[in-house]
Design a protein around this ligand. Sequence first.
Ligand SMILES: NC(=O)c1ccc[n+]([C@@H]2O[C@H](COP(=O)([O-])OP(=O)(O)OC[C@H]3O[C@@H](n4cnc5c(N)ncnc54)[C@H](OP(=O)(O)O)[C@@H]3O)[C@@H](O)[C@H]2O)c1
Length: 300
Amino acid sequence: MLRLVWGSLCVLLCAVGLGVYWSYDGFDPESIRGATVVITGCSSGIGEEMAYQYARLGAKILITARRENRLKEVVAKAKSLGAQEAHYVAGDMGKAEDCERTIQTAKEMFGRLDYLVINHAGSSFGSEWTEDLRFWEENPDMDFFVDFVNINMISYVRLASLALPLLKESSGHIVVMSSYAGKVPTLAYSSYNAVQFGVDGFFSCLRAELQKADRNVSVTLALLGMVATEAAKSMLKKIPGGEDYLAMAAPVDETALAVIRGGATRAREIYYPSYSWFISNIRRLPTFLEDYLIQDVLAM
Ligand SMILES: NC(=O)c1ccc[n+]([C@@H]2O[C@H](COP(=O)([O-])OP(=O)(O)OC[C@H]3O[C@@H](n4cnc5c(N)ncnc54)[C@H](OP(=O)(O)O)[C@@H]3O)[C@@H](O)[C@H]2O)c1
């Protein structure tokens, strides 16, 4: 009997120890004070919230999006929250010259760059979500696809490439927003899947190359599940049963902080909310189970 009690206690202690070990990330909020940060897609959603959280931590931020009026408001609020500096560049990340202008402005304003947070979600984002979800094989639209890939993937690669010389000098951080849709197919979202798999492939390779070349530049991929941004909410309203998915959505502020922590601690990947990890690993399961989960359980 005594053995059983001791055995159970040991198992419990091990479980608690492992829990603490896995949840401890060593994040030091002071490491952000004075850091120079470029964040894209900050006129709404997770990007806007990240701007406020970096501001509270005392960072110097440069934010981008297309809507200048919104950027002005976000900059004003970020300053009131404690940002050491806050600037914006209004521009379209689908245009090479606007990506160049963004990184050049960061260089001129700050003289160095510690963080590049690539977060924007292109203008066509969400147009795939209709009441009547259509599969690519029924409705191939190459113009949409080319535009979608340009804004949501090519611009990500472009921004990182432009920022790399500065990030190498500062031993900086690249943080890339992605989704479990970069690890597992999600029906009727083929363009989004293509972009997310591409982003995962490119940035995982870039991370490996940087490590091999002994460059101290980290690459963090944020593999998100559903997050309760206004954009996500309005998309889910169009889908039958979307309310159920909304109930599983993570709060925007908690998601933003999780991404900031992951970037600061040089995590390779962060999964938020945590169910995103389980979905991301569906393809490791036996094929019949993988097919069932992708085609029947995960499909909206
Ligand atoms: N929310 C979710 O459930 C969820 C789940 C998984 C992954 N993610 C990822 O998280 C990131 C943020 O998502 P979110 O939900 O916060 O998105 P959101 O609220 O729709 O915000 C998107 C931002 O991107 C900007 N943007 C759109 N097109 C642009 C362009 N051509 N050039 C420059 N900026 C542009 C928008 O501003 P303007 O319109 O003013 O340009 C806006 O600030 C995205 O990368 C998304 O894929 C989100």
